[in-house]
Design a protein around this ligand. Structure first.
Ligand SMILES: [Zn+2]
Ligand SMILES: [Zn+2]
Length: 171
């Protein structure tokens, strides 16, 4: 009799812990799969780039938001491209308080929809890329100085379909 009552006491004292253990044993996921997919991290939905105006050397920020488009219908996969949300002129202080850590995930221009003009000088594109990996504005083919690394860069007219890769940064 004594041994039996002792066993009951233990079960009552640890009842909550036991029920969780049982759920895990039974293979029950406490978080539904649908909940997990809706918790995709923000940096997968928003792509933020910083560049500099090649004339004024002042920085700017490009913000793109991920847009899901149907991919191959047979697999049901969804692809993503990034649509332009805005282009904003920045001050140098942005780099002082912002925790910009360049992600080295490459994003091709074929995934980018919309190229804004430079907010500082009005140059045609803000997505010209130097060999140093940084972005600057560009108004057409020719040689210009990179506002990040000071080297001369020659830009040629971009042939259609030939995208270039960009370095993604955290906002
Ligand atoms: Zn510019
Ligand atoms: Zn450069």
């Amino acid at each position: 009799m004594a041994a039996q009552s002792q066993a009951i006491d233990i079960a009552e004292g640890t009842s909550s812990r036991l029920s969780i253990a049982k759920a895990e044993e039974a293979g029950i996921n406490l978080i539904k799969q649908s909940d997990v997919s809706s918790w995709a991290p923000m940096d997968e939905r928003v792509a933020v780039f910083t560049g500099r105006c090649h004339r004024t050397s002042r920085p700017y920020l490009l913000k793109y938001a991920s847009v899901a488009v149907p991919g191959t219908f047979s697999t049901g996969d969804w692809d993503h491209f990034y649509g332009l949300e805005g282009c904003y002129p920045l001050e140098e202080s942005y780099f002082e308080w912002s925790s910009i850590v360049p992600l080295h995930a490459a994003l091709s221009t074929s995934q980018i929809e919309g190229v804004p003009p430079c907010p500082h000088c009005g140059a045609r594109t803000t997505l010209a890329k130097c060999s140093c990996g940084k972005l600057m504005c560009c108004n057409g083919p020719g040689v210009q100085q990179c506002p990040w690394c000071d080297q001369s860069v020659e830009f040629v007219a971009e042939s259609h379909g030939a995208g270039f890769d960009m370095t993604r940064g955290l906002g």
